[in-house]
Structures are given as structure tokens and as C-alpha cells.
Design a protein around this ligand. Structure first.
Ligand code: ADP
Length: 484
């Protein structure tokens, strides 16, 4: 029997599950076979208005007076509740996104980690003092921003819930969350768990719905103090413009075209599986997917042949089959990826490796074979644009400067991998890469709650994760005390 959820197609506002003003619901589709797994509320401007007002009341009321210790305990309790419900949450997540069950489970554990981590961090957000003129004491206190809006994508719904709310709640903000219409059923369940562990009314408000309805209403709302957005660069620009109308600052995480630089002295056996996994994870639908492999010309032929062999062994199938990767999220996404591949074929770019479709990849699912192409000219769209699918391109380089020029030569700058056994080169290259995270002899797409994450250029600005996120969700207030 096909999986369905009993979760309500309602918004969660001011501590109550309520019908959206539209009275309408949106079907949630399983990408593995196209069946409807549940419904979410079609929220809009009116619901967002109520949610922002509820968050404001919470922030100006009791929530605004909670101690960091109390907030930390609440977050930790939510982390424990998530772990206790991990089977149920993983099943929802796998059915909603099509990702293999194994990955869904590790996503749920990572979601719990966000609340454990920020639960522990809540009472460690310290202020500062500054030496000043005699007779004065200067203090810098970090205060919450107030009401924070959060607009997140469909690729890692559960993890995004933890990532965007963890730091905001730890620092005492009251939140309004608008998840993606393609997949967010786990978020509805997580919100129920947050209510059960005791988050007071108005502190977490959930309004589901379409981007140009609920999303646009939230990003243009004058009643929010801060906006966190993760999604496409195009929508990032819209969001930023509408937030600017109200002088609302934002943190934006907008994707990438992240390079893996493979030098001739690389440990190939270590690099090969990591490079494959960095593009097939979540069917390539990861902002920090390693989607370009830059290989030094002296080892190009042998390295690429070994990479192709590994790519040919990758298996795609239903989330239930728990293979290397599942389908992409939707028909729209499938067509988008297919468009890139068709144009590559038209332009004569060779396909050098291709994964296999498993029997579980049936009709009605949005399956695409992971594909390795190369050599790809650096000017081609495949070497520059984010595909957001399991498509890996190979580009040769001559030397270190050439590698850096190509690596830094796109509009993006999110993360990078560097493969070399030369210690001096590891650091030299890491420092010259214009990206937010560099992995040396490893690659960490999506992982690492503790590690500040964010980009340069079209990849966005501001930092999520780690202690940096605690800074984003607070503002410094300077208090100057004349005690002379
Ligand atoms: P993707 O291309 O990965 O689907 P989007 O940027 O379209 O990414 O979507 C990311 C999030 O932004 C989703 O929650 C979506 O509903 C929301 N969104 C899309 N369009 C708008 C918009 N015009 N204003 C505000 N939010 C939007």
C-alpha cells in the first residue's frame, strides 16, 4: 500500500493548527512514483500576517524574557524528540523527497544535531567589553533580532528546519517559517514535535504554501526584523529587493558550482569515491554539490577513466530500494536537468560515464541517470551554471594558477575540494579559493552543523551553521556607562 501521512493541511500560528484563509490545500507528490502522500495548507498573505503578529507578541511577551538556559533546554528537548521519532520522520522525508531511506535517516539525525548543538550553545552567546575613556564602562551585548522570517527549499526539508530555526531560537528570536511547496511534510511533523516539547505559542509559526504567495508575503512583510533565505539565485534577488523595501537585513544561501581540484599528486583512491558521492548525494540537489571536477592534465586520462568506471556502477531507484540515489524532486526539475543534457549533446560534449536505472525506477517517477561529461569548455553553461541534478563535468587544467583561475571563474563561490598530498599547496590553494568552505582531501557537501557555511558572489552572503549563525541572528548593542 502506498504511504500516506495523516498530517493536517493546516498552518501552525500562535500555538494553534488553523486552516489557511484560502481554504485550499496543495497535494504533496512522492517523486519516486508520483503518488499523493498528503496535503499541505495553501497559505497566503493573510496567514503570514497573522503569523508575524503572533511572533511579535511572543517576542515582546514571555519568550522575550526567557533565559538562555531555558531556551537551551527547550532546544535540547526538541533534539531528543526528533531522535525518538527518527523512523517516522525518515519515512516521511524519504516519501516526500524521493531520497533513499538511508539518506533520509541521516538527515533526520542531522536535524536533531542542530537542536542539540544550538541547545548547548544558547547560554554561550557572550558579549564583550571595550576599553574606553577613563570613567566609562563600555559593554557590547548581543540581542536577538526580534521576529525572523525563514524561507527554505525542498532538498533537505528536515535539515533546513533545524539549520534555520536552531540558531534563531537559541538566541531568543520568534520565528515564521515558510517551507517549500514541493516537499515539507517532515516540517509539519517537526512543528508538532516542537509544540509537544513546550515551545510557547507564537515562537515557531509555520505557514506552508507557494513561493509567490506565502513566500512573497513573508519576504515583503514590514513586521519582520530579519530574513533567512535558502533557494535559487533568481528568487534570492527578488527576496532581497522586497526585504530592502522595509530595510530588513537578510542572510542568503543561493547555491553553487562547486569545484573539486585534483592535482597530479592526489591520493586517487581517496578522491574517487568522495567525488562521486559529492555529486550523487541527494541526486545532485544540494547547493554544495561538487559539480565540477578540475583535473591536472598529466593525470587527466587515467583519472577520468577511473571516475567513469565508478560512475557507471552508480544505481538509481525508488527511495524504497535505498540505492545510491533516488529521483529528482519533480517533473519540472527532471525537464530542467534533461535540458542541460540535451544542450550538451547538441554542443558535442562527450558523455563519458552514466549510472544505471534500477528496476525500482518505475514509470511515474522522476528519474535521471547520473552523468559524467567531459572535457567541458570553461565557457559552456555546464561548466558555469548550477544544474541541481546528478550531472558532473570534468575540466582539465595545466598548473596551480590555471586550476585557481578556473575554480574561481564562475559567478558562484560556495565550497570547494582540494586533492593534493603537498601540504604547502593545500593551504596556498585553500586561501586563494573564493568560497565559504574548503575541504582538503575530503568533501563535506551538506554536512557539518558546527561549520560556518555560506558563499561569495551569486552563492549569497551571510553565514549559517556553527557559531557564526548565532552572530547572524543577534545584533550588537553598545552600552556606554559613565560611572565617573
Ligand atoms: P528552487 O529553484 O530550488 O525550487 P526557489 O528559490 O524557487 O528554489 O524556492 C526556494 C523557496 O523560495 C521555496 O520555499 C519557495 O516557495 C520560495 N519562493 C519561490 N518564489 C518566491 C518568491 N517570489 N518570493 C518568496 N519566496 C519564494
Amino acid at each position: 500500500m502506498a504511504f500516506t501521512t495523516k498530517l493536517p493541511p493546516q498552518n501552525y500560528i500562535d500555538g494553534q493548527w488553523v486552516d489557511p484563509a484560502s481554504g485550499e490545500a496543495i497535494d504533496m507528490i512522492c517523486p519516486s512514483d508520483g503518488h499523493v502522500i498528503g496535503k499541505i495548507a495553501r497559505g497566503g498573505a493573510k496567514d503570514i500576517g497573522l503569523a508575524v503578529a503572533a511572533a511579535r507578541r511572543a517576542f515582546e511577551g514571555e519568550w522575550g524574557r526567557t533565559t538562555a538556559t531555558e531556551r537551551g533546554r527547550l532546544l535540547s528537548r526538541l533534539g531528543a524528540a526528533i531522535l525518538a521519532h527518527q523512523d517516522e520522520l525518515a519515512e516521511i522525508e524519504a516519501n516526500d523527497t524521493g531520497k533513499p531511506l538511508r539518506l533520509a535517516r541521516s538527515d533526520v539525525v542531522a536535524t536533531a544535531r542542530y537542536f542539540e548543538y544550538y541547545g548547548g550553545a544558547a547560554d554561550k552567546v557572550h558579549g564583550d567589553t571595550i576599553p574606553f575613556v577613563d570613567g566609562y564602562q563600555v559593554m557590547i551585548v548581543r540581542e536577538p533580532r526580534g521576529v525572523t522570517g525563514h524561507i527554505i527549499p525542498w532538498n533537505y526539508p528536515a535539515q533546513m528546519f533545524g539549520r534555520t530555526l536552531g540558531a534563531a531560537l537559541a538566541t531568543g528570536n520568534a520565528t515564521v517559517l515558510k517551507p517549500a511547496e514541493e516537499a515539507c511534510m517532515s516540517i509539519v511533523r517537526l512543528t508538532q514535535l516542537a509544540a509537544e516539547v513546550g515551545f510557547p505559542p507564537g515562537v515557531i509559526n509555520l505557514v506552508t504554501g507557494y513561493g509567490d504567495e506565502a513566500g512573497a508575503a513573508l519576504s515583503s512583510h514590514a513586521g519582520i526584523d530579519f530574513l533567512s533565505f535558502t533557494g535559487s539565485p533568481e528568487v534570492g534577488v527578488l527576496i532581497q529587493k522586497s526585504a530592502a523595501e522595509n530595510h530588513v537585513p537578510c542572510v542568503l544561501e543561493l547555491g553553487g558550482k562547486s569545484p573539486q581540484l585534483v592535482f597530479e599528486d592526489a591520493n586517487v583512491e581517496k578522491a574517487l569515491p568522495a567525488i562521486i558521492s559529492a555529486i550523487i548525494q541527494n541526486a545532485g540537489q544540494t547547493c554544495s554539490a561538487g559539480s565540477r571536477v578540475l583535473v591536472q592534465r598529466s593525470i587527466y586520462e587515467t583519472f577520468v577513466a577511473a571516475l567513469a568506471t565508478r560512475m557507471n556502477a552508480v544505481r538509481v531507484g525508488s527511495h524504497k530500494a535505498d540505492l545510491d540515489l533516488g529521483p529528482v524532486i519533480s517533473k519540472v526539475q527532471l525537464n530542467r536537468v534533461a535540458g542541460f543534457l540535451e544542450r550538451a549533446q547538441r554542443d558535442g560534449i562527450p558523455v563519458i560515464g552514466e549510472g544505471r536505472l534500477d528496476a525500482s525506477a518505475g514509470e511515474g517517477g522522476f528519474f535521471v541517470k547520473p552523468t559524467l561529461l567531459g572535457p567541458v569548455p570553461v565557457s559552456h553553461e555546464l561548466a558555469r551554471e548550477e544544474v541541481f541534478g546528478p550531472v558532473l563535468v570534468v575540466i582539465p587544467f595545466d598548473d596551480e594558477n590555471d586550476a585557481l583561475r578556473i575554480a574561481n571563474g564562475t559567478d558562484y563561490g560556495l565550497i570547494a575540494g582540494v586533492w593534493t598530498e603537498n601540504g604547502a599547496r593545500q593551504l596556498r590553494v585553500a586561501k586563494k579559493l573564493r568560497v565559504g568552505q574548503v575541504y582538503v582531501n575530503g568533501y563535506g557537501a551538506g554536512g557539518g552543523i558546527e561549520l560556518p557555511f555560506g558563499g561569495f558572489k551569486k552563492s549569497g552572503h551571510g553565514r549559517e551553521k556553527g557559531f557564526e549563525a548565532l552572530r547572524e541572528y543577534t545584533v550588537a548593542k553598545t552600552i556606554v556607562l559613565n560611572h565617573g
